[in-house]
Write a protein that binds this ligand. Structure first.
Ligand SMILES: [Zn+2]
Ligand SMILES: [Zn+2]
Length: 335
């Protein structure tokens, strides 16, 4: 049904690619992270709730069609539908059915509750293509509500001590999830790096309830001087770390919110004051449960720890293999 080509995963029966990394005639997109949604294709198809995010990424000229979750379309000789993946707003698994059976491409996904997107739906299939960003047994997540409670505690502590709390997180998905989870615990304003404003606006337009934000750059100055960020929470993309943008924050404590923070060596190496283990990907138990629940007799693994995860599945009696991807958001803007 799907074959690996230099441009990405190709569906001959349907005449489309899924998340291609080169420009193609027709691209079906699982979600708006940069490693899945690449510019330059002639036509895009995505879930309805993903369309405004893709529009923002690709600009007004791009041809983007969308379809609601669970509504089947006929493309060539294939039936195609999009199903929630629970990863970020609009994220989808793509189900493809033809004479060759049913395939599901998971895209990135998680099973934990997230107030910013529709929950993952188990889609029964013969062949399941699963991501494995965190496909090692060390990766297990605590409930997000507990982690966000820790973030609030860290913010309060820094507030008492007159420091800014600078929390690095990904611009699409993680930032909005943190703002939405915090809205259940606080009503304080949060300052953000200007690059985060666009996607936060899109989430608000989609009806996601989040704390109010203001750009650090636009923050009103104190009389004559600059605004002090002592006591404030500031969200920023990792790429802002160590840049001159940080200077106006003055005395600060920094932290990173990512599944990567589960690994002590990574925490040390990156030298953040705090690490919050918060991921938009499935952890090890969730990957295994999901593979089992799909009922798939064959599982192909992509992203991150694909080889060991595929080998593990093989040992449990599931026919498994690895699909390569050009690059992944662990080094970019996703997690
Ligand atoms: Zn992603
Ligand atoms: Zn990804």
């Amino acid at each position: 049904m799907l074959t690996e080509t230099p441009a990405g995963l190709w569906c001959e029966a349907g005449g489309f690619y899924i998340d291609p990394w080169d420009p193609v005639d027709r691209a079906l997109i699982t979600h708006a992270h940069g490693d899945h949604a690449r510019p330059g294709s002639a036509a895009y198809l995505c879930a309805a709730s993903s369309k405004p995010l893709l529009r923002r990424r690709f600009g007004s000229e791009a041809q983007i069609e969308s379809v609601e979750y669970n509504v089947p379309l006929t493309l060539g000789s294939a039936r195609v539908s999009f199903h929630p993946a629970g990863h970020v707003l609009g994220s989808s698994q793509i189900r493809i059915e033809s004479d060759a059976g049913v395939w599901v491409v998971s895209g990135d996904y998680k099973r934990d509750a997230d107030p910013t997107c529709a929950p993952f739906e188990v889609v029964p299939c013969d062949t399941f293509i699963t991501e494995s960003t965190f496909g090692l047994p060390i990766y297990r997540w605590d409930p997000a509500a507990a982690v966000v409670g820790d973030i609030l505690g860290w913010w309060d502590q820094n507030r008492e001590e007159g420091r800014a709390s600078v929390l690095f997180c990904y611009t699409l998905g993680k930032a909005q999830r943190i703002l939405a989870e915090l809205a259940r615990l606080s009503d304080r304003i949060v300052y953000v790096h200007g690059r985060m404003l666009g996607m936060i606006d899109e989430y608000r337009r989609a009806g996601v309830d989040m704390l109010p934000v203001e750009s650090v750059i636009d923050a009103p100055a104190r009389s004559r001087g600059r605004k002090s960020f002592a006591g404030e929470l500031v969200l920023a993309p990792l790429s802002a770390r160590g840049t001159s943008w940080m200077r106006r924050l003055e005395n600060l404590s920094d932290a990173f919110a990512s599944g990567l923070m589960r690994v002590r060596g990574v925490r040390r190496q990156r030298a953040f004051d705090r690490g919050f283990v918060l991921s938009d990907h499935a952890d090890w138990p969730a990957l295994l449960a999901t593979v089992r629940e799909t009922g798939a007799s064959r599982v192909l693994v992509t992203h991150g720890h694909a080889e060991p995860f595929a080998r593990y599945l093989g040992e449990t009696g599931i026919q498994s293999g690895v699909i390569r991807t050009a690059w992944h958001e662990e080094s970019g803007d996703g997690d």
